[in-house]
Design a protein around this ligand. Structure first.
Ligand code: B12
Ligand code: SF4
Length: 519
């Protein structure tokens, strides 16, 4: 059969669909003769999803449908689809005032309806697409993958049409094997209704792959809406420089989705890829790596890449990424500033060294501070978002005071207006150490549904356990009431007003005699 592949990026906020771009680029390099098309529902208004998918399938008549599903979990401290999910949940769970509680319940209902609506809609789009493609090619198949599927692959097996191949992590090798007619059962995948996902499948190492620069001349020929992302100059276009993260942070699943083995894309290829986007007018890049500098031993690599970017003459660009700020040195800081890094996120989670250690995060908070000073000295004068997730394990009033001290020190370094505290509560994810901890502590029972947004389950998945859960609930509600537009800073201020601030030295030292959390 002459294969014709349609890549459908399922509805999503308009984040550049780098996943399907890379997949189609890889397949083109291996099978240049195969006809392909990218269809991005992120650029289509919701009312037109069905009709535009139908039209696309009628015109293209694919034999293989590659559905890419980016995100499912919506807890965030920011306004999301259907409202601010975190605020609604907290109003419902923690408000003392019955009217606020009712508002939270109604808001929560709206968010829940939107959430389940989106799940069913996406499942419906997969079904609809496959049925329609089979009108033209009765043998047509569907493969489903992407970030959301990687996290929730076990839960999705009953929801997808029988015969759908469900993929975890990167999909290049799976698609290649499928198209070659080879056995692909050793890839991280299963077939809905036919095979079962292997036990701990997500923990298997992905098959290594040497990544070359994406060929955007080709991509432009198979994606009619590519220009959508070129027109607005506020999009940060994704470029991947490496895959994998060697760390073990207790709540994080990236390290298993991408694997612990860090695989670096050749610098020349990364620069070649950026250059093609640059020549099309792109000036903002997001290095989509799980971590841009995953460990100290990758500092030299980051320096090498940034030097190449500088040498390439792309001097008016900006870039952003997740940065483990414990892995910097003055030379790297200097290059980061020179190459245009204008935003980064540090996920230290807590400003208490004791808790950071208990969460297995491997950060030395003192080193982070020193490196931030180096970054400032190098001339960094833009925004840094510091991600704090309170109450993960063993939080106490003392560790909160330490986090305040740490945050105030970051403000001293960068300026209070430049440091944005992003207050997250962890959305518990399957296959993490935190999930095991929840089982051990009887907070969750094996067999629970991690995709459920029913209030009784959601309350446990939105990780904020007692005894401090209600305290944080009330602090957050007060912050939304007082200053909803600067929620993070307001939370920090309220916490400081209530609890005070520890001496910085206390935050930076974790007494060794304290027992490490057994997570
Ligand atoms: C970088 C990143 C971001 C950046 C994106 C910047 C940008 N401009 O691109 C920022 C910080 C903005 C971001 C934001 C969010 N993100 Co984010 N992000 C990531 C991260 C680290 C990498 C994503 C990426 O681009 N990877 C590189 C590309 C090449 O990989 P990919 O798209 O996944 O595609 C590969 C595979 O998935 C696979 N694949 C993809 N589609 C298909 C289809 C088939 C059929 C097959 C076989 C394979 C396949 O092959 C591709 C190539 O190898 C992932 C975690 C991770 N390590 O994967 C989370 C992740 C995608 N994000 C996630 C979420 C939830 C969000 C937010 C919604 C968080 C929030 N609550 O606010 C926001 C908002 C996003 C939005 N839609 O509005 C979740 C999604 C899953 C979920 N929990 O629902 C992830 C998986 C993290 C997690 N474990 O929870 N994110
Ligand atoms: S460093 Fe970041 S990506 Fe790596 S395991 Fe920790 S939280 Fe996850």
């Amino acid at each position: 059969m002459n294969e014709k592949i349609l890549y459908v990026r399922l509805p999503c906020n308009p984040i550049f669909p780098i996943g399907v771009v890379y997949l189609s680029d890889h397949i083109h390099k291996v099978f240049p003769e195969i006809e392909q098309k990218i269809f991005d529902l992120g650029t289509i208004p919701p009312l037109d999803f069905n009709t535009s998918l139908d039209r696309c399938i009628d015109e293209f008549q694919p034999t293989l449908l590659v559905f890419s599903w980016r995100d499912i979990q919506i807890y965030a401290p920011v306004g999301g689809r259907g409202g601010n999910p975190l605020q609604n949940a907290f109003e419902f769970y923690y408000a003392k005032n019955p009217l606020v509680k009712l508002k939270g319940a109604l808001g929560g209902l709206k968010v829940t309806t939107a959430y389940y609506g989106e799940l069913w809609r996406n499942e419906g789009l997969i079904r609809r697409g496959l049925t329609r493609a089979r009108k033209y090619n009765p043998q047509a198949r569907a493969v489903v993958g992407g970030g959301a599927v990687s996290v929730f692959y076990e839960q999705l097996q009953k929801q997808l049409p029988k015969g759908t191949i469900v993929s975890v992590g990167e999909g290049e090798q799976l698609l290649e094997k499928l198209l070659k007619g080879q056995d692909f059962s050793d890839e991280r995948c299963y077939i809905a209704g036919e095979t079962q996902p292997r036990e701990r499948m997500i923990h298997e190492q992905p098959t290594p792959l040497e990544k070359t620069a994406c060929n955007y001349d080709y991509i432009q020929t198979i994606w009619s809406d590519f220009d959508y992302y070129l027109q607005e100059n506020d999009f940060y276009i994704g470029v991947q420089t490496k895959r994998g993260c060697p760390h073990n942070c207790c709540y994080c699943v990236y390290t298993v989705v991408e694997g612990k083995q860090v695989r670096i894309n050749p610098h020349d290829e990364v620069v070649k890829e950026m250059r093609q986007l640059y020549d099309r007018g792109i000036r903002n890049f997001w290095f989509t790596d799980a971590q841009f500098i995953p460990a100290k031993r990758f500092i030299a690599d980051a320096i090498g890449l940034l030097e190449k970017i500088l040498d390439s003459g792309m001097t008016d660009i900006h870039w952003a990424s997740y940065i483990r700020a414990d892995n910097l040195n003055p030379e790297l800081c200097d290059l980061m500033v020179k190459t245009g890094m204008n935003y980064f996120e540090i996920g230290i989670t807590s400003g208490s060294q004791e808790l950071v250690r208990k969460m297995r995060m491997g950060y030395n908070l003192r080193t982070v501070l020193q490196n931030c000073r180096d970054l400032k000295t190098a001339g960094f004068n833009d925004i840094v978002s510091v991600n704090y997730s309170f109450n993960v394990i063993d939080e106490t009033y003392e560790t909160i005071r330490q986090t305040i001290a740490y945050h105030r020190e970051l403000e001293k370094i960068f300026g209070a207006d430049k440091v944005e505290p992003a207050i997250f509560f962890i959305g518990l994810q399957p296959h993490t150490h935190l999930e095991e901890y929840a089982f051990e502590k009887n907070i969750l029972k094996p067999g629970y549904d991690p995709m459920s947004l029913m209030p009784w389950t959601a309350k446990k998945l939105l990780w904020n356990p007692e005894p401090l859960g209600s305290f944080f609930g009330e602090v957050c509600l007060q912050a939304w009431k007082q200053n909803p537009n600067d929620f993070g800073r307001e939370v920090m201020q309220i916490l400081e007003d209530k609890l005070g601030c520890a001496p910085l030295e206390e935050a930076l030292t974790a007494p060794v005699k304290k027992q490490l959390a057994k997570v």
